[in-house]
Design a protein around this ligand. Structure first.
Ligand code: CP
Ligand code: NVA
Length: 313
């Protein structure tokens, strides 16, 4: 006779939506990382958790990892995903889109140009809304990234993560999540490409509480000194294509080459959210090296987003 698997209980996230990293409390983030590890270890235990649930994916921008890992996560938890690509609020007002979806689905995952769009969807619908990348944040990526580092080093507190490149959505989310978990965070970026000042102020507040250090510098040596993980991302994000030539010039000294990577600790790992532009922000040798963790990060998108869905929906 088959033994029934006892239904799992999860800490429910208190915030109704996951629009920015700080919508999770420190305790919720720690619980989510534990659940992520369990989901990775025993995926079958969660196969019915989203039975009879439908989730809409609204994407204004292209995606490989985020779209597929959300669709797979929802399917593997027993739910259904429906996908819609295109600008949100162009054919009809955003508030009407949100109030339609509210009647059909149990959750919304949205990739948007402007943070205001995902905030608006959350305002006008009663179902949980998850930010799948905006101009300001990429919080689901940060969850997978900290889970990857934790698996590699067996801890997070006391480690240093150096982000070399643009103070963009990925950097801003990672800065908040890493500091909240007690990791030191350093950003090495050209002048004019530092993160949003309000997000820096929040990060400083988190660093003071977790006693971690936050360094924002134009000096790559300073950023990389003592780093356990070296992270980079594209120089021109989606929507910034017109600035690509100007950015290429400004960011050239920030390319993660083998020489630059060697300034971090000898056992440091290389990280990138992908897609990567080999020969721009990183060389082929670094991204293909044994110390590259980029596909572990991609794998963790699936596990971490499953944990997030379990704790929200
Ligand atoms: N890292 C990431 O979000 O990849 P996609 O743009 O392919 O979703
Ligand atoms: N910063 C990049 C991340 C892509 C996953 C962008 O916004 O295009």
């Amino acid at each position: 006779m088959a033994t029934a698997v006892a239904p799992k209980r999860f800490l429910k996230i208190a915030a109704p939506d996951f629009l920015r990293d700080l919508d999770l409390t420190g305790e919720e983030l720690a619980a989510l990382l534990d659940l992520t590890a369990d989901v990775k270890r025993t995926p079958r235990n969660y196969a019915r958790a989203l039975d009879n649930k439908s989730i809409a994916l609204l994407f204004e921008k292209p995606s490989l990892r985020t779209r597929l890992t959300f669709e797979l996560a929802i399917q593997q938890l027993g739910g259904h995903a429906v996908f819609c690509e295109g600008p949100i609020g162009a054919r009809e007002p955003l508030k009407d889109v949100a109030r339609n979806l509210d009647r059909w689905v149990n959750g919304i995952v949205a990739r948007v140009f402007s943070q205001e769009t995902v905030d608006g969807l959350a305002h006008w619908s009663s179902v949980p809304v998850i930010n799948a990348l905006s101009d300001l944040y990429h919080p689901c990526q940060a969850l997978a990234d900290v889970a990857t580092v934790r698996e590699r080093f067996g801890k997070l507190k006391g480690l240093k993560l150096a982000f070399i490149g643009d103070g963009n959505n990925v950097a801003q989310s990672l800065m908040l999540s890493a500091l909240r978990l007690g990791m030191d965070f350093a950003l090495g970026c050209p002048q004019g490409y530092t993160p949003n000042p309000e997000i820096i102020a929040q990060a400083e507040g988190l660093a003071a509480v977790s006693r971690a250090t936050l360094t924002i510098t134009h000096d790559t040596d300073r950023a990389l000194e003592g780093a356990h993980a070296v992270y980079t991302d594209v120089w021109a994000s989606m929507g910034q294509e017109k600035e690509a030539a100007k950015r290429k010039k400004a960011f050239q000294p920030y390319q993660v080459t083998e020489e630059l990577f060697a300034r971090a600790l000898p056992n440091a790992i290389f990280m990138h959210c992908l897609p990567a532009r080999r020969g721009e922000e990183v060389t082929g040798a670094v991204i293909e090296s044994e110390r590259s963790a980029v596909f572990d990060q991609a794998e963790y998108r699936l596990h971490a987003q499953k944990a997030l869905l379990l704790m929200m929906i």
